[in-house]
Write a protein that binds this ligand. Structure first.
Ligand code: SF4
Length: 71
């Protein structure tokens, strides 16, 4: 799984941090840091984070070949 956040779109609202705190964190008030290649166990939370982002800045790519590999 790969995660990309368009930081030009991101407004630092922080909804993703509430949905997936192990994958997304706000540094200060608006600098988002995140895991580019998170473990599969976070997939559900990350998908919810992508849905929750009000500006749709989060893109999630699921690589079927890596299913079960990086847990
Ligand atoms: S929810 Fe969206 S806009 Fe808010 S911090 Fe996360 S990526 Fe940025």
């Amino acid at each position: 799984m790969k995660v990309v956040v368009d930081l030009n779109l991101c407004q630092g609202y922080g909804q993703c941090c509430y949905e997936a705190p192990d994958a997304f964190k706000l540094k200060g008030t608006e600098i988002l840091v995140y895991d580019y290649a998170p473990p599969k166990r976070l997939q559900g939370a990350i998908m919810r984070a992508a849905q929750a982002c009000p500006v749709r800045a989060i893109t999630v790519e699921i690589d079927e070949r890596q299913e079960g590999e990086n847990d």
